[in-house]
Design a protein around this ligand. Sequence first.
Ligand code: UT7
Length: 331
Amino acid sequence: MSGIAASQGAPFARLLSIASSVPSRVVDNAEMCTYIDSSDEWIQQRTGIAERRWVGEGETVETMALASGRTALERAGIDASELGAVIVSTVTYFHQTPSLAAKLAFQLGTDGAAAFDISAACAGFCYGLAQAESLVRSGAATYVLVIGVEELSRFTDIHDRSTAFLFSDGAGAAVVGPSEVNGMGPVVWGSDGGQYQAITQTAGWSEALADHVTPYIQMDGRAVFKWASGFISEATKQVLDAAGLTPEDLDVFIPHQANNRITDAMLRHLKLPEHVVVARTIKQFGNNSAASVPMAMDQLLTSGEAKSGQTALLIGFGAGLVYAGQVVTLP
Ligand code: UT7
């Protein structure tokens, strides 16, 4: 007996493409201040947000995910039938089951690719990339589509002064595939369930159904801010170390777009050199959770601020609390 055959994958994995889908409705701070007692000045100073995007007529988690997934496939130059897996990260798909990934795998025209959703909030895209890298290198899939998509506007109480101005909608997608040279560093990830209550919902589904209330997202902003500026700044440093790189080796830094002041705290901790391009897409797009890192990457590449082949440090963090980051070569 020769024993059980083991799967064999590619020596390395890399990002082959990135894409995003930006919802049509622009909600500026002036409109936001008709819902909450705030000001454009306060929101810009405390967060960096000037405006955000919410879904418009006919736009949903599904339409945004499909649009970004299609563009990512086109840009990677691969056919949907070549996908071995579709991974969707979202906390705002309205169906607990079946997964959005299974529906998308069919709609995109895959040849019955493996498909599943993950719930890792604002760290979800980086969680998905870590899984995609492992699948490609193990041989479980040759190409993997990773999508981060959210419709947070449906779960945000627009009259809640502590969250309404932050959250937004959107989608980002990437194709991960085999490579002869390494394009993805080791993931640094983890969780702190001791802070489970820091970002949660105002009701579980059982209470929401019984009481006919919307389970809005609620957040202890100060607790999350402290964790993100301290612990996550250090974790981000570990991502760089795990890749065997120094700050001088980096070209681009793409942190989850939660708050420009958190990004500033990270920059102070990391001591990144001047030449490093830092994503600040929160200004136009707010915090769209799982979509924020891929949308920022797409925007930087589309605007020409970042270039294909450059080295970028990614870090996602959010409800759980959970986090994940890796260094990648930009597609
Ligand atoms: O994506 C998941 C991860 N999420 C995050 O990383 C979010 C992390 N947290 C944050 O970004 C910040 O905590 C917030 C932006 C949510 C809040 O900013 P902050 O600087 O922590 O404000 P605060 O809650 O400490 O409040 C400071 C002051 C208070 O007034 P006093 O007591 O100093 O007079 C608040 O009443 O700001 C006041 N305030 C507001 N003023 C105008 C609180 N919310 C508002 C508001 N508009 N919307």
